[in-house]
Write a protein that binds this ligand. Structure first.
Ligand SMILES: [Cu+2]
Length: 470
């Protein structure tokens, strides 16, 4: 979670860039020093110290790339390279990314800025970068083979264009794309408006993250790059719950969240406790007449959505993808449904023959979070996360919006769990119970049950006999 410690870490990085920018003219002629980040923490927003002012974004479990001004041009240096990403505490993945992380750093500029981006390729194969959604000269669009030659290993290319329209963008390779995106190569891009724009509101909190997905076998470190659809890790900025930081805001803050989808399926992103408006897409701000309130918005493949709301309800509000298998981590899922099948005693007997055997899901899957199940090293638990009331039983694309009355303006620190006002938490009913009345009819009126079926059908489960008489 964000802390002052993180802020100072970040300040250190930004300081490095400032130092690089204030050295000699000789250095100015050369490439900007690449800034590398190896921590997966959410870094404090990078307040611009040169160029036009703007209200910076916060990248969930990520950071913004510092730049240097070179005769009015904002210069950035991206390094495509293998990285180690901690996807959740205790689980590390060997990915490809930019400047030490997957995703790469967020690039923030202002509408009208001339931007020069140096891209150094330290991968074992060629690459390129496509600036998804930007208006730019065709030769800067980054499709290897179509708009430029691919960047060979060891080479550095320069992209240069004017950030012509404000909005929410992303960048990713357009060379051996399936491999390079499956390995985690992508990043966020925000272009802030130059002047007050009637379609772009000022907000107190502005968050951004990319939806991404990986297929990493339990116990291994490297994604399977041939996977087309059946990914087993659903992540935000290459982090999975409980590794995704909470979004911490002050009560009555206006909040914007920018989301881009670089997975191979759609994600209905759902916020509890508030209604939001979709105020922007990858095409720019949405006209006001097209906006309506929702609590879930679908972000399709290759799309970006910008949602905004007033955080006017205190509490810890779940924020997640609504596909339930996207809020779980890797598991063996070729399993029959065993709800209702009584296995008591059975696993013990099988264990004598196969020591690691276990039966899953006979009373639902919630048990799995409490079982002491041996899992291979470097594996994220399937469903986990300790909340104030017990296991949250989630994984993957899940986080929490924390709305607090006493959060300071501009403070992104995790305030801890919500302290509920007396009498506002669901609790066990302890009064008298009566038998529920059951409606007796078999089926509806329109399709009466066939008279010939005299005996109800039941699925018989054959259980092995045990010595102690189960
Ligand atoms: Cu999803």
């Amino acid at each position: 979670m964000t802390s002052r410690r993180d802020f100072f870490k970040f300040a250190g990085i930004a300081g490095g860039a400032v130092a690089a920018a204030s050295v000699s003219r000789v250095a100015m002629a050369a490439l900007p020093e690449p800034v590398i980040q190896t921590s997966p923490d959410t870094m404090a927003p990078l307040v611009p110290n040169s160029g036009r002012p703007y209200n910076p974004v916060v990248t969930l479990n990520g950071w913004t790339l510092p730049w240097r001004m070179n005769q009015g041009v904002k210069e950035f240096h991206l390094v495509a390279e293998p990285v180690v990403r901690e996807m959740a505490p205790g689980f590390k993945a060997h990915l490809w990314g930019y400047n030490g992380q997957s995703p790469g750093p967020t690039i923030e500029v202002v509408e009208g800025d001339r931007v020069r981006i140096f891209v150094t390729n330290k991968l074992p194969e060629h690459t390129s970068i496509h600036w998804h959604g930007q208006r730019l000269p065709n030769g800067m669009d980054g499709v290897a083979g179509l708009n430029q030659p691919a960047i060979q290993p060891g080479k550095t290319f320069v992209y240069e264009f004017v950030a012509r329209r404000p909005g929410t963008f992303m960048y990713h390779p357009h060379a051996d794309e399936m491999t390079q995106m499956a390995m985690g190569m992508m990043g966020f891009w925000v272009t802030h408006p130059k002047v007050k724009n009637p379609l772009i509101d000022e907000v107190q909190r502005d968050f951004c993250f990319l939806l991404n997905a990986f297929d990493i076998d339990p116990g291994s470190y490297t994604p399977k790059i041939m996977t087309m659809l059946d990914f087993n890790l659903w992540s935000w900025n290459s982090r999975i719950f409980p590794g995704i930081d909470s979004l911490n805001v002050r009560l009555n803050d206006k909040v914007r969240i920018r989301i881009g989808n670089l997975t191979m399926t759609n994600h209905p992103i759902h916020l509890h406790g508030h209604e939001f408006l979709v105020t922007g897409t990858d095409g720019g701000p949405t006209p006001k007449s097209t906006r309506w309130y929702e609590v879930t918005t679908d972000v399709a493949v290759g799309q970006m959505r910008q949602v905004e709301f007033l955080a006017d309800e205190e509490g810890d509000w779940a924020f997640h993808c609504h596909k339930s298998h996207h809020t779980m981590n890797a598991m063996g899922h070729n399993l029959p449904t065993l709800i209702g099948v009584d296995h008591r005693g059975l696993s013990k007997k099988i264990n004598n023959l196969i020591p690691d055997y276990m039966v899953m899901g006979e009373r639902g899957m919630a048990d799995m979070t409490e079982m002491e199940m041996p899992i291979p090293d470097n594996t994220a638990p399937m469903m986990t996360g300790e909340g104030p009331f017990g296991s949250v039983e989630m994984g993957g694309m899940f986080s929490v919006l924390k709305v607090r009355r006493d959060q300071k303006p501009g403070d992104y620190k995790d305030p801890g769990w919500f302290k509920h006002p007396e009498g506002t938490v669901a609790h066990e009913y302890e009064g008298p119970l009566s038998e529920p009345a059951r409606f007796k009819a078999e089926g509806g009126q329109s399709m009466p049950r066939a008279q010939t079926l005299s005996q109800p059908t039941e699925v018989k489960v054959r259980k092995p006999q045990s010595h102690n008489g189960h």
